[in-house]
Design a protein around this ligand. Structure first.
Ligand code: MHO
Length: 245
């Protein structure tokens, strides 16, 4: 009954106060940092909301941040992106997932056709962080090009020169749609860019990864029983729904 005044507030209050109690009594807090060596990859593959969910739920991915890169103009914003492109920066544990595996997801999950020219905001782009990534990316593009011929892949491969994090409302966009859950994670604007638990939930809640993988990985996130129950429900509901923007 949406029209009953206060109904939504009541539920919000109940959810938040239950989670706060659990956090205190069970001494559980959201895991924002995973302090192990990480490598970084930067991809443009259409609207960055979908890419952030895709990689967030990928095993071995520890942090995602959406932003603007690939151009030369200074201090881009969503409204004034200049010659930049929407990209996703991904921190990953290279002992769990390889750059090559991240590329596999890249080739197969563009929001727009990989082979159809599109405005620069949504261009296909691999911004490499070192010589090894560069070589792997070039070889991978050649392979993919062969597979897709006679269509021509538009992906630009260039060195990562800059990266400007996007506005807070673009970070973990799908997670932020779950207002009460997001509040219960104590996400500051900075944590919206960097938090491990926010990264993972933003993927799983969008239906990526699936309930089985979520049950296994959720152990690492510092969720209370109530947060976990909420997530289980939505992960199961949304499993396999596909990415959208
Ligand atoms: N279709 C979306 C794109 C958002 S995006 C981050 C919108 O128009 O809001 O480019």
């Amino acid at each position: 009954m949406r029209c009953l005044p206060g109904y939504g507030y009541g539920l919000t209050f109940l959810f938040l106060s239950t989670v706060r109690n659990e956090q205190k009594e069970l001494n559980i807090s959201p895991v924002h940092d995973v302090n192990i060596p990480k490598a970084t990859a930067t991809f443009g593959m259409g609207c960055f909301w979908g890419a952030e969910s895709l990689y967030g739920a990928t095993r071995g991915v520890l942090r995602t941040t959406v932003g603007y890169a690939g151009g030369s103009s200074d201090l881009p914003t969503y409204r004034k992106m200049g010659d930049h492109t929407e990209v996703l920066e991904i921190d990953y544990d290279p002992t769990v997932v390889s750059f090559k595996e991240l590329l596999e997801l890249f080739w197969n999950n563009h929001e727009y056709g990989l082979t159809t020219p599109i405005k620069r905001q949504y261009a296909s782009m691999i911004l490499y962080h070192d010589e090894e990534q560069k070589q792997v990316a070039l070889a991978s593009k050649l392979e993919e090009q062969e597979r897709r011929a006679p269509e021509v892949i538009t992906t630009e491969i260039a060195s990562k020169e800059n990266f400007f994090p996007a506005e807070a409302y673009h970070q973990k966009y799908r997670l932020q749609g779950h207002k009460d859950l997001a509040s219960s994670l104590n996400l500051t604007p900075k944590l919206l860019q960097t938090s491990y638990v926010a990264t993972k939930l933003n993927g799983y809640l969008a239906g990526v990864g699936g309930i089985e993988q979520f049950r296994a990985e959720s152990e690492t996130m510092g969720l209370t029983p109530t947060q976990r129950q909420y997530c289980n429900y939505h992960v199961e509901q949304n499993e396999g729904q596909g990415l959208y923007c």
